[in-house]
Ligand binder design. Structure first.
Ligand SMILES: [Zn+2]
Ligand SMILES: [Zn+2]
Length: 244
């Protein structure tokens, strides 16, 4: 193989070349015929270059590989073969969706300071007092940062700016390659934190008392906005790369 196989532009993992025996409609192998294709090494990603054709149409195996590698490297973005795409809302931000939570372990650098989690960054942004900011930032867990954030001297314009602060911080969080990939992978899902702690602003509380309140799901909407942004960013980066 003369050409280098590029990493998957969706998730950043290596592309892996495959050579499979070609089969006829009855499931019998054609002697000496193979399909060549490249698949992302990340099993979750399912990105692959289109199947190559059987090698009886190529002059050599070398030629077959070069064509498949070219297909993988130059497609705008490799296809992600997806299961049915009916959008369902996430049950909550646990398990496979825990990356959506601001409690997820992911350092973010916001306004010149690095925070342990996006929750730390958001809670510290509530105050303009440097000592209180530092006290929130130094909390050992995101839960503790949240508790401390409830008692700080709020910046006077907090209510007016908090949505934008959340958006800015979430954007920074999802520049992390691992986090970015998890967000892209969630694109068959409506992101909403269904919770039991009466948060109907950032999510939607499902308790009996809140059942007639339609949660605004502000965090879920921000996450879905950032998801569109990072998908477009991957597409753009790849397309720009092809032009040069
Ligand atoms: Zn991939
Ligand atoms: Zn409730």
């Amino acid at each position: 193989m003369k050409q280098k196989i590029e990493n998957c532009p969706w998730c950043g993992q290596a592309g892996v070349p495959h050579k499979d025996a070609a089969w006829d409609a009855n499931g019998h192998g054609y002697r000496g015929c193979y399909f060549y294709y490249i698949e992302c090494s990340n099993q979750d990603c399912r990105a692959r270059a289109p199947h190559g054709e059987s090698d009886d149409i190529y002059r050599s195996e070398e030629e077959a590989w070069e064509r498949v590698i070219t297909a993988w490297n130059t497609r705008p973005v490799p296809v992600i073969e997806r299961s049915e795409s009916t959008m369902k809302a996430t049950p909550n931000f646990d398990n496979e969706f825990s990356f959506c939570s601001n409690f997820a372990a992911c350092e973010v650098t916001y306004e010149g300071r690095t925070y342990k989690t996006s929750e730390h960054a958001f809670q510290a942004a509530k105050t303009l007092n440097p000592n209180e900011k530092e006290w929130v930032a130094s909390a050992s867990t995101p839960g503790e940062a949240k508790r401390r954030g409830r008692t700080v001297t709020l910046r006077p314009d907090w209510e007016a700016v908090k949505d934008q602060v959340m958006l800015d911080i979430v954007r920074i969080k999802f520049q992390d390659p691992d986090m970015k990939w998890r967000l892209i992978k969630s694109r068959d899902w409506i992101l909403c934190e269904n919770n039991y702690w009466h948060d109907n602003y950032w999510g939607n509380c499902t308790c009996e008392r809140c059942q007639n309140i339609f949660g605004q799901n502000k965090l879920g909407k921000i996450l879905m906005q950032v998801r569109e942004e990072v998908i477009n960013q991957v597409l753009e980066d790849k397309n720009n790369g092809n032009e040069s």
